[in-house]
Design a protein around this ligand. Structure first.
Ligand SMILES: [Zn+2]
Ligand SMILES: [Zn+2]
Ligand SMILES: [Zn+2]
Ligand SMILES: [Zn+2]
Length: 717
């Protein structure tokens, strides 16, 4: 039954449209003198969330009184006998009565009269679970507080917060303005007892309990006019009132919350119906695959996309009518188009990643099989940038690419790696030669000078991952050959915050921060440490070695023990003076820490004989003490593959190989399944106090520089 049947076709516009009457269900009704009756009765015919009983009876009753005139006048209603009028009103809901009372003066007079209380009570009983009106409140006031959704102060609409203790419904602005916090300041101003005589706001926050300013003012005013005895009587009665009010408020709040929850449920239900209807329409239009593959909430958040359910045209709690669909269709289809584009992009990225992962696996296996983990090699990310690899990885979407397709690349790997090494060596060497101020003669190619192996090539890393690592003795983390070449920061980088799917790279695995990805090999993050390099030169001087020739390996093999002549105030070893004797690496650290890497610091090498016996003692001491296990092992099976883990201890590696690669501990082979990471420095040699005996000083100036000599030899044979 539509309203047009009931009230004639032209009473209200909306009656002419069946669909509009459907929409009507969820629309808020504004009653005016012109449309009041229709809505009042129509309301009864709608299954409202408040309705306990339908108003079939009421409409039955109204039929004989169907107005003849097209324009209905509410004034006519008032001419009905009062008992009939009350019978009708009693079938309505409190909100309907509130609206009616605002339509005409006559109706207002009837409804607000004390004798109408029973009508309001009847209307209230039509609302499921609504608690009774408090004794000190009128029924209309109770109804207004419960159902009038505007701020009771500024009339702002859609205010859902009602405070049953303070008996107010205020918008947040008015609430702040018209209430005050009952805090220590309040207690100081009005005494400790006053708050118990006032109704206080219901809040979860103990520091934000509030009362109405007007309540407080009138109570303070009242109390000030009374003598001490009367005052205490008033306080007592106010306290009782407040307690009674609180009890009532608890019931009402429970009901309000229940109402709110069922409203949310109802809205959710309406939304899901609309969502379902839209999905159905889209499937009809051929968007099924796209609907099924819409990004989930997590993906939508990461890529800053609108999740389909959150789309402003989808999430509305309104049924989807044909007319609405006609209006929103093109926007929804446009949105789906964007989602399809996004999906295709993501699928392509995923495909590329999978193909690159095939290359990485081939590369990693090739390295392991040939034992190339001991050498400096390009990273998988380097390979992705190479033409041979790119040509296959970037084959069109519809082409199926398998490991087989990369076999030609495998055949070329040695060549590819060699070319990369030549390039890398050239760049690295020319840079180091420049920093070390070594100028090879014109006939010697720069890249043939193995300057990276020199002991004076001292580098530090300033990358994010190395920034905060505490160093023993607070010394800078100096790196020498070959550590710095294999330093982890040369192979990884941090993903930037706006980089969602970094191309041509893999995320690193266990042991690395979550945002770490592989990158093309580079020493960008390393810095040549000029001061430390100068210290090494001084040490080499003391060892009578040419800094242009002495390599790290040579110096480590020689393992000289040195004393700092700055700490001894220039005094040399004499067999009586106690001195601290250090290895060359420790001496560089000492110089940095104690003497700011002052290049004027000179060193003296203790006698070979004493150094030999010291080394022997330390070797024996080291053998008899257990040191904590170091994380120095890398897995060859994971090397260069996606989610490659960081270095591990022996135990960690054993477990890893067993868990991730199903290799039994007895079958695990060092060098084949795992290898000692090349970026790990040798174990630090402890310094010792000695009274080193006197040694012959080194010659004043060691032999002429190698380059100069060969150059001279050449010209003047
Ligand atoms: Zn307000
Ligand atoms: Zn680093
Ligand atoms: Zn010193
Ligand atoms: Zn592994």
């Amino acid at each position: 039954m539509s309203f047009s049947n009931l009230f004639g076709s032209s009473v209200v516009d909306m009656d002419s449209d069946e669909k509009k009457s459907e929409e009507h269900v969820t629309k808020k009704i504004k009653i005016t003198t012109n449309n009041g009756w229709e809505h009042v009765f129509a309301r009864g015919g709608i299954k409202s969330r408040f309705t306990k009983t339908t108003t079939a009876d009421a409409t039955e009753f109204i039929k004989p009184h169907r107005p003849r005139a097209q324009k209905q006048s509410l004034e006519m209603l008032i001419s009905l006998p009062l008992d009939i009028l009350f019978e009708i009103f009693g079938r309505l809901l409190p909100l309907d009565l509130l609206h009616l009372a605002r339509t005409t003066k006559a109706l207002r007079a009837v409804l607000m009269h004390r004798s109408s209380t029973t009508v309001w009570m009847a209307a209230r009983s039509n609302v499921k679970g609504m608690s009774a009106c408090a004794d000190d409140m009128s029924e209309p006031a109770h109804a207004s507080l419960a159902f009038d959704m505007h701020c009771h102060n500024c009339l702002k609409p859609n205010v859902r917060n009602v405070d049953w203790n303070l008996r107010i419904r205020y918008c947040s602005k008015c609430f702040k303005e018209r209430t005050e916090v009952v805090d220590d300041k309040f207690k100081q101003a009005y005494g400790l007892k006053l708050q118990h005589c006032l109704s206080l706001s219901m809040t979860q926050n103990r520091n934000d309990i509030r009362c109405l300013i007007s309540d407080r003012e009138s109570l303070v005013d009242e109390l000030s006019k009374l003598g001490p005895e009367e005052r205490s009587v008033l306080r007592g009665s106010k306290r009782d009132e407040a307690l009674v009010r609180k009890e009532h408020a608890v019931l009402c709040t429970k009901w309000t919350e229940g109402e709110q929850q069922s409203r949310w449920k109802e809205l959710d239900h309406l939304r899901s119906l609309r969502y379902g209807a839209i999905v159905e329409k889209l499937i009809e239009l051929g968007w099924e695959e796209d609907v099924n593959k819409l990004p989930d909430r997590h993906t939508a958040r990461i890529y800053k996309l609108t999740h389909f359910e959150d789309h402003s045209l989808v999430k509305q709690p309104k049924p989807l009518t044909d007319r609405i669909w006609q209006n929103i269709q093109h926007k929804i289809v446009e949105f789906m188009g964007q989602m399809r584009e996004f999906r295709i992009q993501q699928e392509r990225k995923q495909q590329i990643r999978e193909r690159q992962s095939l290359v990485a696996t081939i590369y990693s296996d090739w390295q392991r099989e040939n034992g190339y983990n001991e050498f400096l090699m390009p990273t998988a990310a380097d390979l992705f940038g190479m033409r041979q690899v790119r040509d296959i990885v970037e084959l069109p979407f519809h082409v199926t690419v398998t490991a087989e397709d990369f076999q030609p690349v495998r055949g070329e790997l040695l060549e590819i790696v060699d070319a990369w090494k030549r390039r890398t060596n050239r760049d690295l060497r020319s840079d180091l030669l420049y920093r070390l101020e070594i100028h090879p003669p014109y006939w010697q190619a720069q890249c043939s000078v193995e300057c990276e192996k020199l002991a004076v090539a001292v580098l530090t890393c300033t990358r994010w991952l190395c920034e905060d690592i505490p160093q023993p003795n607070d010394s800078p983390p100096y790196m020498y050959f070959p550590e710095y070449l294999h330093h982890r920061c040369n192979r990884i980088r941090r993903r930037t915050w706006d980089e969602l799917d970094p191309a041509n790279t893999f995320a690193m695995g266990q042991g690395y921060p979550g945002s770490t990805v592989q990158r093309e090999w580079s020493t960008d993050g390393l810095e040549f440490d000029e001061k430390a390099s100068r210290t090494v030169k001084n040490i080499l001087d003391a060892c009578d070695l040419d800094w242009r020739e002495a390599t790290v390996l040579e110096l480590d093999n020689l393992d000289p023990r040195l004393v700092c002549l700055k700490c001894s105030y220039g005094n040399c070893c004499d067999g009586e003076r106690p001195m601290t004797v250090r290895s060359w690496r420790e001496s560089v650290k000492h110089c940095a820490k104690k003497h700011w890497s002052d290049s004027a610091v000179k060193w003296q090498k203790i006698s070979d004989e004493e150094a030999r016996s010291l080394r022997q003692d330390q070797k024996e001491a080291a053998a008899s003490t257990t040191t904590p296990p170091r994380k120095i092992w890398r897995c060859t099976h994971c090397h260069n593959k996606p989610r490659e883990p960081e270095k591990m201890t022996v135990q960690g590696m054993t477990d890893h190989l067993e868990d991730h690669h199903s290799i039994d501990p007895i079958d695990q082979v060092v060098g084949k399944d795992f290898f000692q990471a090349l970026d790990v420095p040798p174990t630090a040699i402890p310094s010792v106090k000695l009274k080193p005996k006197a040694v012959d000083p080194p010659p004043l100036k060691f032999r002429a520089a190698h380059w100069e000599r060969s150059f001279c030899d050449d010209i003047y044979p």
